[in-house]
Design a protein around this ligand. Sequence first.
Ligand code: AP5
Ligand code: MG
Length: 218
Amino acid sequence: MNIILLGPPGAGKGTQASRLESEHGMVQLSTGDMLRAAVKAGTPIGVQAKAVMDAGELVSDEIVSGLIGERLDELGGETSVIFDGYPRTAAQADSLDQILADRGRKLDHVIELVVEEEALVDRITGRFSCAKCGAGYHDRYKLPKVENVCDVCGSSEFKRRPDDNEETVRTRMAEYRAKTAPILPIYEARGIVSKVDGMADIDHVNDAIEAILGSDAS
Ligand code: AP5
Ligand code: MG
């Protein structure tokens, strides 16, 4: 199965993708995570992407589509994948069609997380993650069960993303409205879009996604 989680910054794409990974063994392909890894490793892509990401703008279509193609090639053809933060432009949507067709895959579901923009600034500015294993948390909505100890790996080191400040978030949202939201009709015309209330709590959003995937996600 191949699914896209679509929604603006802070909609909960990463949170829900991790749930699907741990519950169904699907693999999350987050272009944001791939780019942050490239920045950290100081690769040529990372060097090129850093300033663009820090400004909240979009990295080039060629770079992100190249990353997705490479990751899919590393996975077996039978692996179910969740695209998180990709595609984000009409050109990326076209590339994804080609990338999937070349590998004998097809898109099964596009799940749109429908959210209220104002609530997202609060979600994003409160977000942090485990510096060791990447597990995601929030200052108010998802604290570690034991203060300052990661639920998953026990580490006490946490980090925040450099682009998680209000000014950059506003640019990221504007980019979403201008370039990403307009790709929805492409998938609506194919009858594969389902809308989920992304303002519900994390468990309820997960339940709604599970109901859409149904027995396909066993
Ligand atoms: P990316 O990493 O994809 O960031 P984003 O799209 O801005 O989305 P976020 O990761 O901020 O939000 P999310 O929806 O994953 O929310 P999360 O689950 O963490 O991209 C970063 C940058 O990389 C881009 O700006 C661009 O420069 C570049 N880039 C990446 N992909 C690209 C592409 N394809 N093309 C070009 N450039 C690209 O949740 C947020 C917080 O809210 C968390 O703290 C979480 O605990 C909490 N939360 C989640 N769900 C709920 C809920 N239901 N209720 C309450 N709190 C919740
Ligand atoms: Mg994310």
